[in-house]
Write a protein that binds this ligand. Structure first.
Ligand code: LLP
Length: 434
C-alpha cells in the first residue's frame, strides 16, 4: 500500500523525522534546499513490485523502473540490486545508467522522437529493447540493425484510446496523443505490418502507457482487454503472436490526505486475473507482462527541506512564507497545480494557526510550492520547511532558472545518511560557458 506521510507523522524534540532521522539536523548537516530519499522505502517498494510480478505473472514478467521519475547513478545501482528492469527515454538516461554499471540489456528505450544519433548510441550501449513509437522509428532502427548485422528486439507503442482520468498534461493513452500509434485509426495495425516485414527486427510485443497519477478503478483492466483484443487481431491478420505485453506506469500516489491509497499487490492481482480471462476468451497464449512504475517507486520515499528566508503578512490579503528553493527544484505546482503536504519541520509539535502560501525565491510570481498551507504563526526566518512526497519528478524536472544551483540529494538508509548527488557549485553553473 502506498501511504501518505501524513498517515504517520513522527517527531523528535519538536522536529519532524523522516526515515527515523531528525530533518532539522539533516538540514544543518547538508544545507538547504536538500532532497532526501529514503533508500529503505525505495527498496521496499521495488520488492513489493518484484514479488507481486513473480506471484501473479510468473518468471520473465517484471517491473521496469521508469527512470525519468528520478535518474541518477545511485538509483540505477539500487534498481540493479533489486532485480528491476528500467525504462529509459534519452541517451542521457542511458549514459547515467551505464555510468552506474547498470546492465542495459535490461533496459527498454522509449521516446517519440529518437534521432539517428540516439538510436546509434543505444545500439552502442547494448540497450535491450526499443519501444518504437512511430513508423519512422521502425525504419531507422531497422537501418541501424542492418548496418551492424544484428537482430534488434522491438516493441510497438500503441495508444489504446483509454482516458485515465488524470490531468491533461500527463494523460497519454487517448487517441489524440503525441505518443504511439492508435488502435482506433488503424495506424497501430499498419506499424505492426511494417515491423513484421523488417528482416533485422524481432517484434516482441506491444506497449502502452495511459497516463500518470492514475487512481480510477478499472483503467488497467480495460486497457489489458483493449491491448489483448488488438493482439488477437494481429494474430488473425498476420499470424503474429506477441510474447510480451507492457502496460507502462501510472499507479497513483497520495500527496495529500484526501488522495486515494493504492494497493499495488492487489491491483496487480486484479490485472493478472483480467489478463488470464481475456487470453482464455480470445484463445491467445498469455504473454509475459511488464509495467514501468516510476512515481509509485520513488515519490513517497522523497522529501525536500528548505530554510525560511522571510515571512510576509499582507493584511486583508494573504500570508507568505518564502523559502530558499522553489520552482527550480520543484516545478510541479507551477506546471500542474500539484498538491503537496508541507510542514514547518522545526516546529512540528506547535499548533497550526496561520494559513500561508509557501513560495520560492525565483523572480516569477508563479513560483509557488503550495497555497493554503496551515503552519504555526510563530514561523520565522531560519525555520526548516519540509515538503513531502517529492521523490518523483522533482530533481528530474529541476532547472537552473535564475542561476540557482541544483540542491544536493541525500540517501537515508538504516539510520545513516550519505550524499548521492553533490550540491551544484556556482562554478558548475558556467562550466560550459566559453
Ligand atoms: N512509462 C512511460 C512510457 C511513461 O511515459 C511514464 C511517465 C512512465 C512509464 C512512468 O509513469 P509513473 O509510474 O511515474 O506515473 N512530470 C509529470 C509526470 C510525467 C509522466 C510521464 N511519463 C509529473 O510530474 O506528474
Amino acid at each position: 500500500m502506498i501511504t501518505n506521510i501524513a498517515d504517520n507523522i513522527s517527531s523528535k524534540d519538536g522536529h519532524l523525522t523522516f526515515a527515523g532521522q531528525d530533518t532539522v539536523e539533516l538540514a544543518k548537516k547538508y544545507g538547504t534546499p536538500l532532497y532526501l530519499l529514503d533508500e529503505d522505502k525505495i527498496r521496499e517498494n521495488c520488492r513489493t513490485y518484484t514479488a507481486a510480478f513473480k506471484k501473479y505473472f510468473g518468471e520473465g514478467s517484471r517491473p521496469l523502473y521508469a527512470s525519468k521519475a528520478n535518474s541518477f547513478k545511485g538509483i540505477y545501482r539500487i534498481m540493479q540490486e533489486e532485480g528491476m528492469g528500467i525504462d529509459v527515454v534519452s541517451p542521457g538516461e542511458i549514459y547515467v545508467a551505464k555510468a552506474a554499471g547498470y546492465d542495459l540489456s535490461q533496459a527498454y528505450f522509449h521516446g517519440n522522437c529518437k534521432t539517428d544519433a540516439d538510436i546509434a548510441f543505444a545500439f552502442d550501449n547494448g540497450v535491450g529493447v526499443f519501444v518504437a513509437d512511430n513508423q519512422e522509428e521502425v525504419i531507422a532502427v531497422e537501418a541501424e540493425a542492418a548496418k551492424r548485422g544484428v537482430k534488434q528486439r522491438v516493441m510497438i507503442r500503441v495508444t489504446p484510446g483509454i482516458d485515465p482520468h488524470t490531468y491533461e498534461a500527463i494523460s497519454t493513452g487517448k487517441v489524440d496523443s503525441k505518443f504511439g500509434s492508435a488502435v482506433e485509426t488503424g495506424q497501430a495495425d499498419e506499424i505492426v505490418a511494417l515491423t513484421l516485414k523488417q528482416p533485422h527486427l524481432e517484434l516482441v510485443g506491444f506497449h502502452c502507457h495511459v497516463g500518470s497519477q492514475v487512481f480510477a478503478e478499472d483503467v488497467y483492466e480495460r486497457t489489458v482487454i483493449v491491448m489483448m483484443e488488438f493482439a488477437a487481431d494481429m494474430k488473425r491478420k498476420y499470424g503474429y503472436e506477441l510474447t510480451e505485453l507492457d502496460l507502462g506506469g501510472g499507479f497513483g500516489v497520495p500527496y495529500v490526505d484526501t488522495d486515494g491509497r493504492f494497493d499495488i499487490d492487489q491491483k496487480l492481482s486484479e490485472i493478472a486475473k483480467t489478463l488470464e480471462d481475456v487470453c482464455a476468451r480470445l484463445g491467445i497464449r498469455k504473454p509475459l507482462y511488464h509495467m514501468e512504475p516510476g512515481r509509485s517507486v520513488v515519490a513517497a520515499a522523497g522529501m525536500t527541506l528548505y530554510t525560511v528566508g522571510s515571512t510576509k503578512r499582507i493584511p486583508g490579503y494573504k500570508n507568505y512564507v518564502a523559502i530558499d528553493g522553489g520552482m527550480t527544484d520543484n516545478p510541479r505546482y507551477a506546471l500542474y497545480g500539484s498538491k503537496y503536504t508541507c510542514f514547518v519541520a522545526s516546529r512540528i509539535d506547535e499548533q497550526k494557526d496561520l494559513e500561508v502560501s509557501i513560495v520560492g525565491r525565483c523572480c516569477e510570481s508563479g513560483d509557488i510550492i503550495q497555497r493554503d498551507v496551515m503552519v504555526p504563526s510563530t514561523v520565522q526566518r531560519g525555520d526548516i520547511v519540509a515538503v513531502c512526497t517529492t521523490g518523483a519528478y522533482n530533481y528530474a524536472m529541476a532547472s537552473n532558472y535564475n542561476k540557482i544551483p541544483y540542491p544536493a540529494m541525500v540517501l537515508l538508509k538504516d539510520g545513516e545518511s550519505k550524499i548521492a548527488i553533490k550540491r551544484q557549485s556556482y562554478a558548475d553553473l558556467c562550466m560550459n560557458d566559453v
